[in-house]
Design a protein around this ligand. Structure first.
Ligand code: M6R
Length: 379
């Protein structure tokens, strides 16, 4: 018997690479339009105010938000922890869903839990959600797909509007999660009355400048292509960052592992002295994610320590940052100047491209990383 085909919101999946050699590169290049779309959804273009859906405004009053997710989605949650705490003054605890679901964390019944998932089907995230629900948490999920299991089991949903993502290595879904979480942080801060109207406008204006900065950056990736052949020879790569650059260091390392199969780890720059520094030598490039912000001087001091130990440093910063370190760093990648608030979104681009072009040099199956599934629905 012929079955009816029911169109779903995912029926728009057009599995075309649109002239790009890989979906990963296509999806990297889609980021300016994805981000624009999200900003147009949440930011009033005339007033610069953020408007959030009414049903999530209660998050401004909860004693604590638990954020849980896996992989790249977890890294988005880790950035949001900084934003929600620093901008909206909401205490946050972030944990990987794989641990959160089993560690039996106690929680007060008036709390909320935020789950982040591109697919909405990741089993560990779903089980973490079920645990939080049993503990009477209000469940909000940030999802890129529609009609998923996580959507059905959540109290409230925010969709991240990245469109379908084909490459196993997630790129545009990540920056879509970050952009949405940035808007949520600013919107909750205003609702809570912990930032002024002018500060809100300053933050939304920084967000609105992002798509054109990213477009400019994407036009000049020749330098990253040439650095990729250096990185492809490494026996291992270390990514370092502080503050919101720390989750981007983790994300850079994850992208490189997934696409090039080169051992790569991310650490906070501060943690480097507590062990990872022992790994530094001439064969282990260190990639410094170094926005020109309040923590920049500490990053400079870490970079000098690495260079003193014969380490090779690829320093990612803007013109001002590179000016200070150009004589010390082995290589540099210059990104456009942006407000430090949006730096984690912009600084994701160089680490995505570096992973992509390194994988091209290595000749791996870029869109279908070995041993990995786009959505992990098993334990
Ligand atoms: O679909 P989800 O966002 O729940 O997936 C979570 C992770 O499995 C996913 O982000 C994975 O780490 C990606 N392959 C990263 O590129």
């Amino acid at each position: 018997m012929k079955k009816d085909i029911r169109p779903t919101a995912q029926s728009d999946i057009i599995k075309s690479k649109g002239g790009y050699p890989h979906f990963m590169l296509k999806e990297i290049h889609e980021q300016p339009s994805v981000i624009t779309n999200i900003l147009n959804t949440y930011i009033n273009q005339t007033t610069g105010h953020v408007t959030l859906p009414d049903e999530i405004l209660f998050l401004s009053t909860v004693p604590r938000i638990i954020i849980s997710a896996c992989g790249t989605a977890l890294h988005a949650g880790m950035v949001a922890e900084y934003w929600l705490e620093q901008i909206a003054c909401i205490p946050v605890e972030t944990d990987t869903a794989t641990e959160f679901r089993t560690r039996e964390a106690p929680m007060s019944s008036d709390g909320a839990a935020l789950f982040i998932s591109q697919s909405g089907e990741t089993l560990d995230t779903l089980e973490a959600l079920r645990y939080a629900k049993r503990k009477d948490q209000k469940i909000v999920s940030l999802l890129n797909t529609t009609e998923s299991t996580i959507e059905r089991e959540s109290h409230h949903i925010i969709h991240t509007l990245a469109g379908s993502e084909v490459s196993v290595a997630s790129t545009k879904a990540f920056t879509a999660q970050l952009t949405t979480l940035a808007c949520i942080s600013v919107g909750l801060a205003r609702k809570k009355n912990v930032i002024s109207e002018s500060r809100e406008k300053q933050l939304t204006s920084a967000l609105r400048k992002l798509p054109s900065r990213i477009t400019d950056f994407l036009k000049h990736d020749e330098k990253i292509r040439s650095l990729a052949s250096e990185i492809s020879k490494a026996r291992g790569v270390m990514y370092l960052g502080r503050g919101t650059a720390y989750p981007i260091a983790l994300e850079g390392a994850l992208k490189l592992k997934e696409t090039s199969y080169i051992p790569a780890e991310g650490y906070t720059s501060g943690e480097m002295r507590h062990g990872p520094i022992a790994l530094i030598d001439n064969d282990m490039p260190v990639i410094m994610i170094a926005p020109f912000d309040d923590l920049f001087d500490k990053t400079v001091s870490n970079t000098k320590e690495i260079v003193k130990r014969s380490g090779k440093v690829l320093f990612i910063s803007d013109k001002r940052g590179i000016e200070k370190l150009k004589d010390i760093a082995t290589w540099t990648i210059e990104v456009p100047e942006v407000d430090p608030f949006v730096a984690p979104i912009l600084y994701t681009l160089p680490v995505q491209l570096l992973a992509y072009y390194t994988a091209v040099v290595k000749g791996t199956d870029i869109d279908q990383s070995r041993n990995l599934m786009k959505s992990v629905t098993v334990e």
